[in-house]
Design a protein around this ligand. Structure first.
Ligand SMILES: NC(=O)C1=CN([C@@H]2O[C@H](COP(=O)(O)OP(=O)(O)OC[C@H]3O[C@@H](n4cnc5c(N)ncnc54)[C@H](OP(=O)(O)O)[C@@H]3O)[C@@H](O)[C@H]2O)C=CC1
Ligand SMILES: O=C(O)[C@@H]1CCC=N1
Length: 270
């Protein structure tokens, strides 16, 4: 029998995942979505040819439920699911900070739960999804989760104790690179280049650097040293980065993201 997968709370990451699953060959007829606003449900129906249903119906009809609402909305969503969910379903949560234990407690009855932290590059099949099993999730549940998220990028299993750190690194990670590109493009403007040219130069440099990081097998330090000629331009830039504490700022930034992920576990809104 065909397995149905439902995405509940189909916003930015839910839609990115949905589109990736369809690209990877899932039939829209085997996918369900839920949305809080009727106009959003209609948009998803039209764009992807999937059926939009209530959260209760998704719990009754789908074998696998992917929860992609904000951490702050998860309590209400779980309350809507709890009366309808049974232990033969698999619940996958993509919500930052929310622990499998807290989901298990709300859903009860030994429902298997897997926690996943994906990132937005699932949109281009280059996602990084970090996966941890809850206490009732089986090897088959983990394999099924990997099948879904592996269709849109890489997956990595980690102990759940590392999920908040992974959220800081790869969940939020793309944002840091976008931020860097933004700032470097501004630098191009300061140096007198038109914005579109500056953007293209930086983006292609980022792509080239990313492919070298992935494929060369070289340590990033070696790759950077290869760009840094004696008495050249790069070392002048590196000295400024060090002077302005950019390395320390990055370490502090990711620590703050990790701490925020931990705080979301306790329902923090601020
Ligand atoms: N964005 C990212 O890069 C990543 C996000 N995540 C996690 O994914 C989750 C979603 O984030 P993101 O996509 O950015 O947020 P969005 O706000 O874009 O998406 C959340 C969606 O859930 C909907 N929603 C909320 N409550 C319900 C409900 N009870 N029933 C149905 N739909 C509901 C919202 O509806 P409405 O439109 O009405 O608000 C919204 O469309 C978060 O938990 C986040 O931690 C994980 C990895 C990466
Ligand atoms: O900013 C956030 O909270 C979400 C989780 C990881 C990426 N975006």
């Amino acid at each position: 029998m065909t397995q149905k997968v439902a995405v509940l709370g189909t916003g930015k990451i839910g839609e990115a995942l949905l589109s990736g699953m369809i690209r990877a060959g899932w039939a829209p007829a085997d996918l369900l979505v839920t949305a809080r606003r009727p106009e959003r449900a209609e948009e998803l129906r039209t764009r992807y040819g999937v059926e939009a249903v209530s959260n209760a119906d998704a719990a009754k009809r789908a074998d696998t439920l992917i929860l992609a609402a904000k951490p702050q909305d998860m309590g209400r969503l779980l309350d809507e699911l709890a009366p309808h969910i049974t232990a033969d379903r698999l619940v996958i949560s993509a919500a930052a900070g929310i622990t499998t234990a807290s989901i298990e407690e709300r859903l009860g009855d030994g429902v298997p739960v897997v926690r996943v932290m994906p990132n937005t590059p699932v949109l281009v099949d280059e996602g990084m999804s970090v996966i941890s099993a809850g206490s009732h999730a089986s090897a088959a549940d983990l394999a099924h989760t990997e099948e879904i998220f592996g269709a849109v990028g890489k997956t990595l299993r980690v102990p759940e104790s590392q999920q908040d750190a992974c959220t800081a690194l790869s969940g939020s990670g793309p944002a840091y690179f976008f931020y860097l590109v933004e700032a470097m493009t501004d630098a191009g403007i300061l140096l007198g280049l038109p914005r579109d040219k500056a953007h293209d130069l930086i983006v292609q440099s980022a792509i080239g650097a990313a492919v070298m990081l992935r494929d060369s097998g070289e340590h990033p330090v070696r790759l950077r040293e290869n760009v840094t000629s004696p008495a050249g331009t790069t070392i002048s830039a590196i000295r400024e980065l060090e002077k302005h504490g950019v390395r320390a700022a990055l370490i502090a930034a990711l620590e703050a993201a990790r701490d925020r992920s931990r705080a979301l576990a306790s329902g923090s809104n601020s």
